[in-house]
Design a protein around this ligand. Sequence first.
Ligand SMILES: Cc1cc2nc3c(=O)[nH]c(=O)nc-3n(C[C@H](O)[C@H](O)[C@H](O)COP(=O)(O)OP(=O)(O)OC[C@H]3O[C@@H](n4cnc5c(N)ncnc54)[C@H](O)[C@@H]3O)c2cc1C
Length: 174
Amino acid sequence: MAVPGRNPCHRPGVRPQGLHPAEAVLARAALARWPTLAEELEAELQYRKCGHLLLAENEVEAEHLQSFVQRQHELGFADVAFLDRKEVFRLVPGLGEQVTAGSFSPASGQADPRLTTRAFATAAQRQGASYWTSTACLALQRVADRVVGAQTGRGLVQAEQIVLAAGAWLFHER
Ligand SMILES: Cc1cc2nc3c(=O)[nH]c(=O)nc-3n(C[C@H](O)[C@H](O)[C@H](O)COP(=O)(O)OP(=O)(O)OC[C@H]3O[C@@H](n4cnc5c(N)ncnc54)[C@H](O)[C@@H]3O)c2cc1C
């Protein structure tokens, strides 16, 4: 959750807490880049470094949070801290009585994903990239063991390097 008083808006999280370990390297790099990303992309992203808080509502969940925080440290997210009940209520006074503990990442925050996506696209275009929307990739073109092109709704696009970024759902659906 975002911490009330620090950020009045509700936006998707820029947060490493609870990611899959395989995402840790990318998440650490992203977290370090976010504070200067608007400047780099020359755009407003509505990024706020307002923290991210996970809550426990009983002693069992509090114990899980304690080992969770330990795992976060092992993944390189040193800012994540375990907070006891008193510390959680000091941070967010209006919480329900059932809250027993929390884990807080002050390095986390929020941003507007639509503004951010457009900002990356516009920055890429400034560097000479073509940006096509509503264009399906229909097939990949392969020569021996290399992918050298993509057949799209607008024709064949060939390139030295092709990045397949069609989302995890692609593999679930097949
Ligand atoms: C409910 C929900 C809430 C989330 N909240 C957060 C959050 O707060 N913070 C956070 O960091 N992450 C959040 N996530 C996770 C985040 O949305 C994903 O990690 C992220 O979108 C993955 O990005 P991606 O570019 O890999 O894939 P995607 O965002 O899935 O993008 C893949 C794109 O490829 C397109 N595509 C697929 N096949 C083709 C094809 N053949 N031709 C052309 N295009 C194709 C798809 O249409 C899609 O636009 C949330 C996810 C969900 C579901």
